[in-house]
Design a protein around this ligand. Structure first.
Ligand code: SAM
Length: 213
């Protein structure tokens, strides 16, 4: 992809590329390619392996700030698609015309006009992560709560035969969540992208072909 100035702002707890003790070659690569976070390479690996996003798709990105997945997903849909994002934090980068993001808590969403726009979307992505506490059990439980909301969003808005990508922290509830996803989709895989930090407990569920309800 040709690097293009996107007016990124630096530094945040979502793995932004503003420079920190966590900086590595992917952080630098993201900065050089004008993505606001290195997490873009996780979605890129997922897309290259599982082909979840097609041209002209409508995509919903849960936990979209600072905006790397929004940008990458918008490149995959092209301008005939639409990409919608939600995050409790504001997305401050410049976005292409076919991308929009709202600042809201997934646990308290009430915006009916937003619901109208995302109804029947082809893909739901969730890279949501709770603010970590350092206590693995607490963090895993909070991650599970966000995943549960992502799955409710899938039930409500994802079209039949649509696809779902969801980050979850490995913990006690992982197997239960995987089972719930398997019930709803014809295909379900668990995948840890190479670009995840080695010490991270995060893993992705890739679910394809939502079953008819
Ligand atoms: C790892 S970051 C996402 C990075 C994003 N995929 C990117 O590439 O730019 C996780 C995001 O989940 C968001 N998040 C956490 N809890 C949330 C909630 N209840 N509702 C919406 N977003 C939430 C955080 O604010 C954070 O921006």
């Amino acid at each position: 992809m040709a690097a293009k100035k996107r007016g990124t702002k630096s530094g945040n707890r979502s793995g932004g590329v503003g420079g920190s003790k966590w900086e590595d070659h992917l952080t630098r690569q993201a900065r050089a390619e004008n993505y606001p976070a290195r997490s873009v390479y996780k979605l890129k690996e997922i897309q290259q392996k599982f082909h979840v996003i097609k041209k002209a798709d409508v995509v919903l990105d849960l936990g979209c700030a600072p905006g790397s997945w929004l940008l990458y997903a918008s490149e995959q849909t092209g301008p005939n698609g639409r990409v919608f994002g939600i995050d409790i934090q504001a997305v401050t980068i410049d976005l292409p015309k076919h991308v929009s993001a709202i600042q809201a808590d997934i646990l308290e969403m009430t915006d009916e006009s937003f619901f109208d726009q995302i109804a029947g979307c082809a893909v739901v992505l969730s890279d949501m992560a709770p603010a970590t506490t350092g206590r693995k059990d607490v963090d895993a439980f909070r991650s599970f709560e966000l995943c549960r909301m992502a799955l409710e969003t899938v039930d409500r808005f994802l079209m039949e035969k649509g696809h779902f990508v969801c980050k979850i922290f490995q913990g006690n509830d992982f197997a239960r969540f995987e089972k719930q996803v398997k019930k709803r989709f014809a295909e379900c895989r668990v995948f840890k992208p190479e670009s995840c930090r080695k010490q991270s407990k995060e893993i992705y569920i890739i679910a394809k072909q939502k079953r008819a309800t």
